[in-house]
Design a protein around this ligand. Structure first.
Ligand code: GCB
Length: 749
């Protein structure tokens, strides 16, 4: 029988750039999981090292009792980022490209009795062949998941096919009846016995003869217990035993689930024949100080937080996550979007890598009932034009996914500036857009108009919302939050708006908040932090659930009644009457100020109050048996630690009343202003000045037809605010004055 020997301890480690300075016995001793970028990849600045490093493990065969030469020996890596060359006793046995999947190497012929040395050269340096190369997250280097030595009988399940376990179990579910096709690929052996058990005493078995290294059988299970999302994530255990001369020589197992699903372009996602709107979050795997070298307890903590918010789906972005995490999703009934890191920038030389990463993702994750789709790429048109190579790459990935798995659909996450009429938008079975209107660009309402336009133009095409979010640093606060101020309060306003947008559009097949957790993007330096993307609803260390977390919890979590007072960290306030926000999944909330009943409000999820303040106050919100308390304080001048030094003052050049009706103004959209030749001339002149001062970014925006179409829908005022100091206040006033001279009735002069 097979033995899996964990090989995580006592590796010698050195970065290659240090090797010349370090004698072999000076090498650092590390235990796996390990990454060398857990600090420099998370702190901004220029110290983040993408390069090569070596890991060396010495052992004696007697340590593991593997002196028996009748065995086959494999090394199994569950994740080495981003490429790894493996040497056994100085002979290269593997060159694996792709940092997120399992791979094995057959080392039977390289290992000898007595002392052995495994050396792994791990590489996360820049190149043009292995994805990801350009993206908004840190590409940690290291052997950051477990390593095993697998000692198997000469007769065993295949271990050489893209890290799979050699079996393929395909359930087809018709109402409550399942037909399960069981296949195995083997070396040696003469029969495979498949058993499917429900863990409650019922077990279904079938034996298949091996012919040419392949065995196949079918098991029918009537009236099966369905895997039914978060309400009832019931899984079955599958055991496959390889026999030789009636003796069991190898065994592998997996869990499976019986469910059916489909997506309707008008009604969204259906699970087991019933409407099941997918509403949830995305997750990056890394953590503060730890990087991607996370352990199982951390993964369990993540899933508990995701369960607490009440999400029923996770987009596991932007790469293959660990098998343990998909298992946790299976067992907790969370529907998963799985994807490969084909992201931002298509590389002509990266074709083979996309094919191998997709193959590994599908064969390694095939059995997870949680997974419903394979993501081909993310915002892949951002880096350049839609070339023939890019299209071929996507068509081939799409075909590959369907060939390897006929039970799931494919998807893509598009960038907002990809024109909805481009054919690539509908290349995968279902599509999704990442939109950040109301954060990076444009106004919140554009999210609604974008989807409404798409849905009315393409009513038979499925559309989803694969990313949306706003950064928030929990130290920053404001009673008058505005876009890009990084306050917790703006994050709340943003998400309240989007939640409503989503709730009003049941046709969106899935929606995923970007992101459940803050994560490292070493190139970033903004919002009062270096090296982090702060769009998480929870901080990078998982210690703080930001206020917006509770908005979703109130909307999605039906099991745990609660009330949450926003502003636990927002104490000092200048205004005489301060806004107090409460999130709750109960129908009525009563606010108490200094233990005196202040006001009761009925409503749904969001309860807004305004409270006069004069000193230090205890504010308490009560709903049913639940309560929450904050302390706030009236102060004379703003607490400077609540806003960014470099923050732009809140810009409000004109009130509505200052604008002469019936005449053009900066409140009109760029598109409207371009329709009249006089206003177009004025706007063009301003745009040219902006391009001159903003350089490449503005130029590329100007050359991008999709982006132009998008910009045309944005009020000029909002675009100017986006440009920041590039357009001085005097210029804005002049511009508006010129536009206000031109009557909307004047026609196209
Ligand atoms: C995106 C990307 C994601 C980024 C996110 C952001 O569209 O897909 O990787 O992290 O935007 O926060 O800018």
């Amino acid at each position: 029988m097979r033995r899996d020997i964990i090989l995580n301890n006592d590796w010698k480690f050195a970065k290659n750039e240090q090797l010349a300075k370090v004698y072999p016995n000076d090498w650092q001793t590390v235990n796996l999981p390990h990454t060398w970028n857990n600090i420099d990849g998370q702190d901004g600045g220029n110290d983040y090292i993408r390069g090569t490093a070596q890991y060396v493990k010495s052992f004696n065969t007697s340590q593991f009792d593997i002196t028996d030469s009748s065995k086959d020996i494999y090394l199994e890596f569950r994740g080495a980022s981003m490429s790894a060359k493996v040497f056994v006793n100085d002979k290269q046995v593997e060159n694996h490209c792709g940092g997120f999947s399992t791979f094995r190497c057959d080392i039977t012929d390289y290992i000898k009795g007595g002392d052995n040395k495994i050396a792994v050269l791990v590489d996360n340096s820049e190149n043009t062949t292995v994805y990801p190369q350009r993206a908004d997250f840190t590409f940690y280097g290291g052997i950051y998941r477990d390593v095993y030595l697998v000692v198997a009988d000469k007769n065993h399940f295949d271990m050489n096919y893209y890290g799979s376990n050699g079996i393929k179990i395909t359930p087809q579910v018709n109402e409550k009846n399942a037909k399960v096709t069981c296949e195995a690929w083997v070396t040696g052996g003469d029969a495979v016995v498949f058993s499917i058990s429900d863990g409650e005493g019922e077990c279904f078995r079938s034996k298949a003869a091996v012919s040419n290294g392949y065995a196949k059988t079918e098991i029918n299970i009537d009236n099966c217990h369905l895997w039914n999302g978060i309400d009832d994530p019931f899984c079955y255990d599958v055991d496959a035993q390889l026999e030789f001369n009636n003796e069991v020589v190898d065994c592998v197992n997996t869990i499976i689930g019986f469910r059916s699903f489909f997506v309707d372009p008008r009604k969204g996602f259906f699970l087991n024949g019933k409407s099941y709107p997918l509403r949830g979050v995305s997750r990056h795997q890394d953590r503060l100080g730890v990087g991607n070298a996370i352990n199982l307890n951390m993964q369990k903590e993540d899933i508990e937080i995701i369960k607490e918010i009440g999400a029923n789906t996770i987009r596991l972005a932007h790469y293959q996550h660990s098998q343990e995490f998909y298992d946790l999703c299976d067992k907790n009934g969370i529907v998963v979007w799985a994807e490969i890191p084909y992201i931002t920038n298509h590389m002509d030389e990266g074709y083979d890598n996309t094919i191998s990463q997709m193959t590994e993702l599908i064969v390694q994750c095939y059995h997870h009932p949680s997974i419903v789709c394979w993501g081909l790429s993310n915002e892949i048109t951002v880096g350049g034009k839609i070339t023939d190579n890019l299209l071929k790459n996507h068509n081939d990935l799409n075909l590959l996914a369907h060939r390897l798995d006929s039970t799931r659909f494919t998807t893509m996450a598009h960038a907002f500036m990809l024109d909805i009429d481009e054919p690539i938008v509908r290349l995968a079975d279902v599509c999704s857009y990442n939109l950040y209107f109301g954060w990076y660009l444009g106004e919140l309402e554009q999210n609604e108009s974008f989807f409404d336009e798409y849905h009315s133009k393409y009513p038979d095409a499925v559309i989803g919302f694969s990313e949306y979010g706003a950064d928030a640093n929990p130290e920053l606060h404001s009673s008058r939050p505005v876009k890009n101020d990084y306050t917790e309060e703006y994050q709340c306003i943003y998400h309240e708006h989007i939640l409503k947008c989503i709730n009003d559009r049941p046709y969106l097949w899935a929606t995923h908040v970007w992101n459940m957790f803050d994560f490292a993007a070493d190139g970033r330096e903004e919002g009062g932090k270096k090296g982090q993307n702060q769009k998480g609803l929870v901080t990078f260390d998982r210690a703080i659930k930001k206020d917006a977390f509770y908005l979703y919890k109130a909307s999605w979590n039906k099991r745990e009644k609660f009330v949450h007072l926003c502003g636990h960290r927002y104490i000092d306030r200048c205004e005489d009457k301060t806004p107090i926000k409460v999130y709750s999944n109960m129908p009525a909330v009563t606010l108490f100020v200094d233990d005196k009943e202040f006001e009761t409000k009925t409503g749904d999820v969001v309860f807004d109050f305004e409270v006069p303040i004069s000193g230090i106050h205890k504010i308490e919100a009560k709903a049913g048996m639940c309560s929450d308390v904050i302390t706030i304080k009236k102060v004379d001048s703003p607490n400077k630690s609540y806003f960014l030094e470099e923050a732009e003052p809140v810009i409000n050049w004109f009130d509505k009343d200052d604008i002469k009706q019936g005449f053009y103004s900066i409140k009109d959209t760029l598109g409207t202003l371009k329709e009249n030749s006089d206003t177009k001339a004025i706007v063009d002149e301003m745009m040219n000045k902006m391009i001159a001062s903003r350089g490449d970014v503005a130029k590329s925006a100007n050359n991008n037809a999709g982006l132009q179409k998008m910009l045309d829908k944005i009020p000029l005022e909002s675009l100017i605010k986006q440009a920041g100091k590039a357009v001085p206040e005097e210029m804005v006033k002049q511009l508006n004055a010129s536009l206000q001279q031109i009557s909307k009735k004047s026609g196209n002069s």
